[in-house]
Design a protein around this ligand. Structure first.
Ligand SMILES: [Fe+2]
Length: 309
């Protein structure tokens, strides 16, 4: 027994009770646990809903149950390029499984596949309230696609880095209005409070590059694969005690330590879009334990799904 614990126990024995301050100290030291479920891509095909159920069952059964689930985007497969009928079905399926299988509250982050109609405009007009991010906000009761909250002594920032690009495509960056909000909120946060950010497309990444460019002596990462404003965001994080940046999108497990921030791309619940592991990466989710002093532990959990083909 360590000397400090012995002295506390001896003191408790003398007073005839366990010291309340001792009990309080232990509770404060307990990490805040949450699960990061990214790239679920739920769909009626390939038993994806059963896979999502199995994932949530694994989350529920953990020795220490997570207090919240934060998604990493691409909750459905997919509404970017499909019509309204299909979009309604996918969101209904997502809602059924996420609400039916666990009582853990969800904090959603949106991905490119959750944005409605940007590349399929035959039956939806840009002035329709559901177009783009309107539908996911309506379905998940979100006021905005970016927001912040406090848990476990940390401030969480759920960001939306999916922006419209020419030719009905998308690219990754934080738009001006969101950046202004984020900057002001970080400035208002107590400096000692650690923070983490969650985005769908990684702020920094090295696990993707444009294919077919091996001969042009350049390693190129497209702006649909990594935030084009990464240096600006990284500098902002460094000023405001942001310790962790979680993402998805690449269905790969990647960890980058850069200028005091840990950037983790957290695999994928669906692996290779429910067709098996993706480039050797098993279907899984992230388990994060946050300590109030700004340290944390991250673990990727393979929940044992076998693709149905
Ligand atoms: Fe994805």
């Amino acid at each position: 027994m360590r000397r400090r614990n012995f002295l506390q126990l001896a003191s408790a024995a003398l007073s005839g009770c366990v010291l309340p301050s001792f009990a309080r100290a232990d509770q404060t030291a307990k990490p805040f646990r949450f699960a990061h479920l990214t790239d679920i891509h739920v769909q009626p095909e390939l038993s994806a809903a059963d896979g999502f159920r199995k994932c949530l069952a694994a989350v529920n059964a953990l020795d220490v149950k997570p207090e919240v689930i934060v998604t990493g985007g691409d909750m459905v497969m997919d509404v970017f390029a499909h019509n309204r009928n299909r979009a309604d079905k996918l969101f209904a399926l997502y809602s059924d499984v996420s609400k039916g299988e666990t009582d853990i509250p969800f904090y959603p982050c949106i991905g490119n596949h959750d944005v409605f109609g940007w590349s399929h405009r035959q039956d939806v007009k840009p002035e329709d309230a559901a177009f783009g991010k309107g539908l996911v906000c309506e379905k998940l009761s979100l006021e905005k696609t970016y927001y912040a909250f406090d848990q476990g002594g940390w401030r969480f920032y759920i960001l939306d880095d999916i922006q419209m690009a020419p030719d009905n495509r998308y690219q990754a960056y934080i738009d001006e209005e969101q950046l202004d909000w984020l900057t002001k909120d970080l400035e208002a946060k107590p400096a000692e409070t650690p923070a983490l950010v969650v985005s769908h497309i990684p702020i920094y990444t090295v696990t993707t590059f444009d294919k077919g460019r091996e001969d042009d002596l350049a390693y190129r990462v497209g702006y649909s694969a990594m935030c084009r404003d990464a240096p600006k965001l990284g500098a902002l994080f460094g000023k405001h005690n942001v310790k962790l940046a979680l993402s998805g999108h690449h269905h790969q497990l990647e960890r980058i330590e850069y200028n005091g921030v840990t950037y983790i791309c957290g695999g994928a619940v669906c692996g290779s879009w429910w067709r098996g592991p993706y480039r050797g990466m098993q279907e899984g989710f992230g388990l994060v334990d946050l300590n109030p002093d700004g340290t944390f532990a991250y673990k990727y959990v393979d929940y044992g799904w076998n693709a149905v083909t």
